[in-house]
Structures are given as C-alpha cells and as structure tokens.
Design a protein around this ligand. Structure first.
Ligand code: TIU
Length: 231
C-alpha cells in the first residue's frame, strides 16, 4: 500500500505526518480511571468529568484503524506483588484503599484486575500493542521507545486520560526522544477541566514547545484531503 502524507490543521501550525510513520498512543483508557470505584475515584476525583471521552476515543480508534496506523494502548497497572510500584507512589495521598488494596473493581491499579481493564469502547483489537506501564509516562520502564523505533515511527498522536497527568507526561517524554507529537484535544480528558485546557496551552505555547494540538475533526478533515505518496 502506498504511504500517505497528511497535514492536520493544528496549533501552533500544520502538523504533517506520513501514515506509515505514525502511531496512535491511547493512554490508560481503563476502568480504574473512568468508572466509579476505580483508582481515580478513590483518589477523590469526580469521574463524571470524563464522560464522553471513551466514545470520542472509540471514534479516533476507528479513524486510525481505517488508516492503518500503528496503535498502542497503554495501561497504568502494577504487578500483583507490587515489585514495580515505588513505595512513594503507594503512600501518596494516604488512601484508606490505595494501590494494591482490594477495592470495588478488584485490587486497585493491579494488572489483571477488573479495574485495570480497558473500558468497553476502547478495547484493543488483535495486532494492536498493549503496553503495561508502572508510571505516569509511557516511556519510563517500558519497551515503548524500542518498539516505535523498530517500526520506523517518527510521529505520534496522543489521546486518553488524564490530560495533565499520564497524557502530558508521555507526550513530554516523546518530545525529548525526538518524536513529533500531537495531542487530540477532544479525545483526552481530566477530572479538572481547567487542567485539561491549560495543558493544551502549555503544549502549543512557545512555538509548540512540547508539540501540536488539534481536535479529532481536524484529523478526519486531513484524511479527506490526503494524497497518496508515490513510494
Ligand atoms: N490521577 C490522575 O489524574 N491520573 C493518573 O493517576 N493516571 C493517569 O493519568 N493515567
């Protein structure tokens, strides 16, 4: 299949990428962050602030699948023995029911438990990468960078939750590793709307100090205007 060059109407300027060199990274669309009783709720957050993100991420996934993009789903979850959970992370917040404890969705933030699973709308398909990560950033203590480089990926599209925690941390890690990255603004969400909005501004400020930002509609428009490359 010939590659395709797409140009997205983005901030702070056009974001051009080749279909064959671009991956969609969907960050932590797990029950633990989106549903009542999960880690996000146990931290004291109002998970209803994330209503609508799963449906929009599903639409983004459909767009990326139809384009044949590489797709990575990350999952913030720890090993059952918590050997990959820094004690400082577990202690943070002083929760009565925290990481590793039995909660309404199984052991909190532990791989294989109900809360660690992806929400129904964002389940990975066969052939897509599922990347468990112990931290907020997708590159720390994971094989993500190697996997992207081996696949020839140079450009990344970021979506998922939460905008200012795991999405922004991962995007900053990608930026420092030389990947050009775009945050899909309406396919991310935060428990704090003002943090979501400010994160977008932080990304695109200073000429795109961290990367680019655009809504899903801009990606869809870019596909409609796309031209196949000769080789
Ligand atoms: N608490 C919060 O906003 N986020 C996280 O703990 N993890 C992710 O963002 N995935």
């Amino acid at each position: 299949m010939p590659d395709t060059l797409l140009s997205v109407d983005a901030r702070p300027g056009p974001f051009a990428f080749r279909r064959g060199r671009t991956a969609l990274v969907v960050i932590d669309m797990q029950r633990d962050f989106l549903e009542p009783g999960g880690f996000g709720a146990l931290l004291g957050n109002d998970v209803s602030q994330l209503d609508g993100v799963a449906a929009r991420c599903a639409e983004l996934l459909g767009w990326a699948r139809s384009l044949g993009l590489k797709i990575v789903h990350t999952q913030e979850a720890h090993l059952a023995d918590l050997s990959d959970c820094p004690p400082a992370k577990r202690a943070r917040g002083g929760l009565a029911c925290g990481i590793g404890d039995p909660g309404p969705l199984g052991r909190v933030l532990v791989a294989g438990e109900a809360g660690s699973d992806f929400v129904a709308e964002c389940q990975p398909l066969p052939g897509e990468t599922v990347l468990r990560k112990p931290g907020k950033g997708a590159f720390w203590a994971t094989p993500l960078e190697s996997e992207l480089r081996w696949a020839g990926i140079t450009h990344l599209l970021f979506a998922g939750v939460t905008t200012e925690v795991c999405v922004q941390t991962s995007m900053r890690e990608a930026n420092d590793r030389g990947f050009d990255s775009l945050i899909v603004t309406d396919c991310c969400g935060s428990y704090f709307p003002q943090f979501h909005a400010t994160t977008i501004e932080m990304v695109v400020a200073q000429g795109g100090i961290v990367g680019w930002a655009a809504p899903l509609s801009a990606l869809q428009a870019a596909t409609r205007a796309a031209a196949p490359l000769a080789a």
